[in-house]
Design a protein around this ligand. Structure first.
Ligand code: ZN
Length: 313
């Protein structure tokens, strides 16, 4: 993803203390169902396939692995496979993976993350490396790790609402400036929603959620398109003691996978920390991803599902 029209990043990253976070969770009466260590392991496992660049062997093998990991935990799966033809005429095999819990439930929560990684490290400080692919530990891998951890928690204890966990392909393939061959999977999904009248109560895109000094600012398209979802996510984070991480500062709009879904009327926001020094470089590797940050994000993601209450009769 990229900023559509420039960036205003918050001044200074807040780095809370782990005991305070734990105290916040305890005060809120929320035991952690999310395994941060397993999530970091899931980041490493993805990167170990090699860059998940569409059209490569690593991409196909990673997709098979992710499909298996989700299938083991979900009540049902929808796999969307298609061929995308790029602006340059290349054909790319694409795969979106949708893991569903309680598929018959009308009231649903949608989480998504992109699972592909970028073919070119075009922001690398070393010009000789800019043609190399991005390992995608934080950019791609971290969001996927959150969804796998949520899947595990939902498999252990079924949610009170329907839950859809969507891994989209081809987010980071092409050129954001010209809006060419990017957001491929989310655009495909937006045109082929899983149910007639599909309208989750709320949705969250988790992207770049592993930085060791996380600050999630409120992203402009999210605030404009689904302000009540921003409110919901930020107040839950604050209740869990993560008010310094989920900052009330704002950033300008970011072209990311929530945009095609918002355009379809779905209430989906982007939780993203773009202040990551290794973004779109060859150094976006698992050592740059923090288990503690994954834990915070995973706890918030699960709490959001658990706190959805039954509809009034
Ligand atoms: Zn990216």
């Amino acid at each position: 993803m990229v900023f559509a029209w420039g960036a205003v990043l918050p001044a200074g990253a807040a780095c809370g203390d782990e005991r305070a976070d734990a105290a916040g969770r305890e005060a809120a009466g929320v035991a952690s169902e999310f395994d941060g260590a397993a999530a970091l392991e899931a980041v490493r496992a993805q990167v170990a396939f090699g860059p998940r660049v569409p059209g490569t062997e690593a991409h196909a093998r990673a997709a098979d692995w992710l499909e298996g990991e989700l299938r083991r935990r979900a009540d049902t799966m929808i796999v969307q496979r298609w061929t995308h033809t790029t602006a340059e005429g290349r054909t790319l095999p694409m795969r979106n993976l949708l893991a569903r819990f309680r598929p018959d439930e009308g009231r649903r929560v949608l989480y998504l993350a992109h699972w592909d990684s970028r073919p070119v490290a075009d922001s690398d400080p070393d010009p000789s490396k800019r043609g190399a692919p991005v390992p995608g530990a934080n950019d791609g891998g971290s969001g996927v790790a959150i969804l796998l951890g949520v899947a595990e928690a939902m498999a252990r204890r079924a949610p009170g609402v329907g839950v859809d966990l969507l891994l989209v392909d081809g987010e980071d393939y092409g050129d954001f400036e010209s809006d060419t061959d990017v957001l491929i999977g989310s655009r495909y999904f937006a045109e082929r929603l899983p149910d007639p009248g599909y309208a989750p109560l709320f949705g969250v895109l988790w992207d770049m959620v592993g930085d060791e000094e996380p600050v999630f600012s409120q992203e402009a398209y999210s605030v404009r398109g689904a302000p009540e979802v921003v409110q919901r996510v930020w107040s839950t984070a604050q209740r869990l003691g993560h008010g310094a991480v989920f900052s009330n500062s704002t950033v300008l709009g970011i072209t990311d996978d929530h945009v095609p879904l918002l355009a379809k009327g779905l209430r989906v926001i982007d939780v993203i920390d773009l202040d990551f020094p290794w973004h779109h470089t060859v150094a976006d590797t698992p050592d740059k991803v923090s288990q503690r940050t994954l834990q915070i994000v995973g706890d918030v993601a699960i709490a959001l599902i658990r706190e959805v209450t039954a509809p009034p009769r």
